[in-house]
Design a protein around this ligand. Structure first.
Ligand code: HSE
Length: 391
């Protein structure tokens, strides 16, 4: 199989590296050699061992020898147009691009199905963790009720470095960037958009209907304070950025937010660049997936596993499909009840189980309530911190 790689950044170069270092193994696993014929990138790489760079997408599109393309460009422009044209021409496409899958997955999967080829995206969620395969294959014997997890390595790395090592937000973010964990624009990580796209992909797979990532209520970690994390410790919790989706009677709830996760929940102990995803099924109960959620080789290994799978199934479409969702399928989360951590200014008299880390303020964990009920609980105290308790 002759292939092309589009985008020679962190993930694309990792794919090239694995295909060279594991050449014999991959040939055995795929049943035939996998040869990189083109690498598309606008930049020059004079020191790369690869000598097959092009700046012209048409070279790849119009070469009938190229049967599979790895899209590691990120973003939707021009990745969407390129992917659509490649699939329409009958070339398999493997991607790590969560933004594209979340936004145009329904259409791209439909084209792949019609053409009996594959559009695969294991690397789009959880980096090196196998989570897409389990949802479309290993776990299909069970109805799925919820998928909850830490889906972004950068923010988990930042939170862990701030809490355990006392680093500042800026220091921790800059380390995550150096290690190749963060998005080109790290706003996507820290404001929760990356987690939101991954949550949409998982929800679409788990429940079979497309969830529009732009409609998922999303909050990142920029408002989390060190004081919040100190209170979390007092309540035997960690602070984590959580993406969750849950099946309900008439649709699905989804949300991305920083949350208190009790130490008793395994997700609470997922630290650094690691991701942890808990799938709850009717028959199977809880299943946990854990591993490196970002980084060059873990993510590239997930891409390469898809490349091998597509080569093994080059004349068949591996069934991955969700359909468009009816209006109102993504439910309004306002009525969902959670326990809330509230950090309040003022006198803690009258509050049960309140704790304080400084004069003039305290924190409580409420019973399960809706967000609208918070004001009543706070009883006129100024709210200076607030998070859901999840898990
Ligand atoms: N920026 C992403 C993360 C990369 O930190 O998880 C992997 O999707």
């Amino acid at each position: 199989m002759k292939i092309a790689i589009m985008g020679f950044g962190t993930v694309g170069s990792g794919v090239g590296e694995i295909l060279v270092s594991q050449k014999e193994e991959m040939t055995k696993k795929a049943g035939e050699p996998i040869e990189v014929k083109y690498i598309l990138d606008l930049r020059d790489f004079p020191d790369s061992p690869f000598k097959c760079f092009t700046k012209n997408f048409e070279d790849i599109l119009n070469d009938d020898e190229v049967g599979l393309v790895v899209e590691a460009m990120g973003g939707t422009v021009p990745a969407y147009d390129f992917t659509k044209r490649l699939l329409t021409k009958g070339k398999h496409v493997i991607t790590s691009n969560k933004e594209l899958v979340a936004k145009h997955g329904t259409e791209l999967l439909t084209i792949a199905r019609e053409k009996s080829i594959n559009y695969l995206f294991e690397a789009s969620v959880g980096g090196g963790i196998p989570i897409i395969r389990p949802l479309i294959s290993s776990l299909t014997g069970s109805g799925i009720n919820s998928v909850v997890g830490i889906l972004n390595g950068t923010t988990n790395y930042i939170l862990t470095q701030m809490i355990d090592k006392g680093k500042t937000f800026e220091e921790a973010l800059s380390e995550a960037q150096e290690k190749g964990y963060s998005e080109k624009d790290p706003t996507n990580d820290i404001e929760g958009f990356d987690t939101c796209r991954k949550t949409a992909i998982l929800a679409s797979l788990a429940f079979g209907k497309a969830i529009d990532s732009e409609k998922i209520p999303t909050e990142g970690i920029t408002k989390v304070t060190l004081e919040d994390t100190m209170y979390a410790e007092k309540f035997s919790c960690s602070v984590k950025l959580i993406g969750e989706c849950r099946k309900a009677e008439n649709g699905v709830f989804a949300r991305v937010c920083p949350a208190f996760v009790p130490y008793s929940n395994l997700i609470s102990n997922v630290n650094g660049v690691f991701n942890g995803i808990m799938v709850d099924g009717d028959e199977v109960g809880s299943v946990m997936f854990y591993g490196r959620g970002a980084g060059k080789l873990p993510t590239a290994s997930a891409v390469v596993s898809d490349v091998v799978d597509a080569v093994k199934h080059k004349d068949t479409n591996i069934r991955i499909l969700w359909t468009d969702a009816p209006e109102g399928y993504l439910l309004d989360g306002k009525d969902c009840k959670y326990k809330f951590y509230l950090r309040l200014k003022g006198d803690m008299n009258g509050f049960e189980n309140a704790v304080s880390i400084a004069d003039g303020e305290f924190a409580v964990i409420t019973d399960e309530i809706t967000e609208a009920e918070i004001e009543e609980i706070a009883k006129g105290h100024e709210i200076i911190g607030k998070m859901r308790v999840i898990g």
